[in-house]
Design a protein around this ligand. Structure first.
Ligand SMILES: [Zn+2]
Length: 321
């Protein structure tokens, strides 16, 4: 009897130790994420390391929701680089990359914002929406894909999307803005070239199975810089080891690709992660000779993907406890 009690006690202690070790592992990764985020990426850290519950992850609202009041989201469009224009809302980003052969759009916002921010925004900035040749959709969620059909149908633009996300968008019959027709399907990394500009399109599954990230050149007063665009961030996928592993592998892939390309600029598609809305106004304060507010340097770009990797490792460790 006594020995059985001792045995039970021993197992209880072992169990507690194991649970502590697991909590310790998650804690270690969260600390590493915090260090990587520093003061540069607080929004990213908070969203995926503190409240990674899908219900609280910013942005990926369902398709059925009332259109919010314009005063809560409308932002002035802005020229951010010689060849790159921001046509997003206060919350979500859409970009126009101007080339010698026309315009490449990157992400397309919720349907309610497509006309006022994108179509009108292009015109305000002196660009012609009819010159849009490609629309690259980072992933098939409403905050990024609902304008794709408009550009495809009205202006004849090609829509570029990851293969699994084409499958997903085709299943959604009540899509605000309508479904784009299946067009350019990305199953492996490839380049999209328009005129003098090449965009490297990288499969980066995790946030959705077909998420795409990008690497492309921007020009700052004639100086060419390399930017990396992270296509998906929140953990709104099934919370299991396999999905976290996919997400983690993508963060490592993007970090390595950013280093290889010499990227010193990081774009996300949510302002909470890359301060696009703030930076769209800060460029107006920039004095001659000052660095561009988006040029954060190669080390900082690497830290962004480190935060993603470490927060996912922490959430993965939490699964075991
Ligand atoms: Zn999303």
């Amino acid at each position: 009897m006594k020995s059985r009690l001792l045995l039970t006690a021993a197992f209880t202690v072992l169990g507690l130790l194991a649970a502590n070790a697991q909590t310790g592992e998650a804690e270690m990764h969260r600390r590493a994420a915090k260090t990587a985020a520093g003061t540069l990426f607080p929004g990213l850290l908070a969203a995926i390391c503190v409240s990674p519950d899908p219900a609280t992850v910013v942005g990926d609202g369902g398709r059925k929701r009332p259109d919010p009041n314009r005063s809560t989201w409308y932002a002035q469009p802005a020229q951010m680089f010689d060849n790159l224009y921001w046509i997003g809302t206060r919350i979500h980003s859409a970009w126009a990359l101007k080339t010698s052969g026309g315009i490449i759009i990157i992400d397309t916002l919720y349907n309610y914002a497509v006309e006022p921010e994108m179509v009108e925004g292009l015109k305000t900035l002196g660009l012609n929406p009819a010159d849009v040749k490609y629309v690259i959709v980072s992933h098939a969620h409403g905050d990024h894909d609902e304008g794709a059909r408009l550009f495809q149908q009205r202006y004849g633009a090609h829509v570029v999307m990851g293969a699994p996300d084409w499958d997903s968008i085709e299943k959604q019959t009540a899509l605000p803005g309508g479904q784009p027709k299946r067009d350019i399907v990305i199953s492996a990394d490839r380049d999209i070239t328009l005129g003098d500009t090449t965009v490297h399109v990288l499969t980066s599954p995790g946030h959705t199975p077909g998420t795409l990230s990008l690497i492309f050149p921007v020009k700052d007063h004639g100086r060419t810089l390399t930017a990396v665009y992270s296509g998906g961030t929140g953990f709104n996928f099934p919370h299991d080891v396999a999905h976290y592993d996919t997400y983690i592998a993508t963060q490592r892939k993007m970090a390595a690709a950013a280093v290889k390309a010499g990227a010193t600029i990081l774009f996300s598609n949510h302002s909470v992660y890359d301060d696009a809305f703030d930076r769209s106004r800060l460029v107006k304060l920039r004095a001659a000779g000052e660095p561009h507010p988006y040029e954060i340097g190669a080390a900082a770009v690497g830290r962004y993907f480190k935060v993603g990797e470490e927060c996912a490792l922490a959430a993965r460790a939490d699964l075991k406890s």
